[in-house]
Design a protein around this ligand. Structure first.
Ligand code: UDP
Length: 261
């Protein structure tokens, strides 16, 4: 379990101030424990959304692991005096998880992203093949695309259960993927933990390219995405807005602390 003193608040939303190794230790404990636990990887945009979405805020606070993903959270932590050594990106953490699953013989179910069309297999199936190239002993219990009608949801849960998977990857975008896991948490029979991975299956499948290493190293993935997809500019503006809110919040906090002295 995440130690109590590692779970902090950013804009009032819970985040675990931990590095990759600590996160992996907690993950392994969740996989040993009975029942289903959710792993969330919020970035600044998701934290901001959660300040306006009570259901999302509650679901984050109840997660077994809340991994800070995104440079915005590293900056915010610095401002708030939290000791966050590094950013643990969801996609890197997923690779660590797959290595663990291969090593322990546990299986994964990939749920989400685009269905198959005339030209190619579904993104989840393509991702499964690429994962098996990298981790040859990895057991993929099953895959399902992420474009379904609400009335088919329980059939998908039943299929996941029939597959006997130990771990679940959900790629429906946030917060849809987290809300899906929360809604069915009590119904999973074999799955011990699940993670929302956003566009990570697309990256594994090769249908979307990740930013080159230079951008990753310098926390500039947002700039790369902006250059590729200028239509995302509105989403880009949310990072400075988030930072301003954190600055305003930390100022309020220190002023109220001063006035108490
Ligand atoms: N997606 C899906 N079903 C939906 C909506 C989205 O399977 O109803 C998939 C989509 O194909 C993509 C992923 O969810 O693979 C969302 O990726 P995005 O990069 O938008 O994730 P976010 O930035 O929201 O985490």
């Amino acid at each position: 379990m995440v130690k109590m003193d590692k779970r902090k608040k950013i804009l009032g939303i819970d985040v675990d101030i931990i590095n990759k190794d600590e996160a992996l230790e907690v993950f392994k404990e969740l996989m040993e424990k009975e029942g289903f636990d959710m792993i969330v990887t919020p970035n600044s945009e998701i934290i901001e959304n959660a300040t306006r979405d009570e259901e999302l805020a509650l679901l984050i606070s109840e997660a077994g692991l809340i991994i800070p993903d995104g440079i915005g959270l590293v900056y915010a932590s610095k401002l708030l005096g939290y000791e966050l050594e590094e950013r643990v990106t969801g996609i890197d953490f997923l690779t660590e998880i797959l290595a663990y699953l291969e090593e322990t013989g546990k299986s994964v179910y990939l749920f989400g992203s685009k269905p198959a069309d005339e030209e190619r297999k579904s993104v989840a199936e393509l991702a499964a093949s690429r994962m098996k190239e990298k981790f040859p002993q990895l057991r993929v219990a099953g895959t399902h695309h992420g474009y379904f009608k609400p009335e088919n949801e329980s059939e998908i849960v039943a299929e996941i259960n029939r597959s006997g998977a130990d771990f679940l990857c959900v790629a429906l975008g946030s917060p849809k993927q987290e809300k899906f896991m929360k809604a069915h948490a009590q119904e999973f029979t074999s799955v011990r933990a699940g993670i929302g991975v956003g566009g990570s299956l697309d990256v594994w499948a090769g249908t979307v390219k990740r930013a080159p290493e230079f951008y990753q190293k310098h926390g500039l993935e947002w700039l790369y995405r902006f250059a590729k997809q200028p239509s995302r500019w509105k989403r880009m503006l949310r990072l400075p807005v988030f930072m301003l809110k954190v600055i305003a919040g930390s100022k309020d906090r220190s002023e109220s602390e001063n006035s108490r002295e």
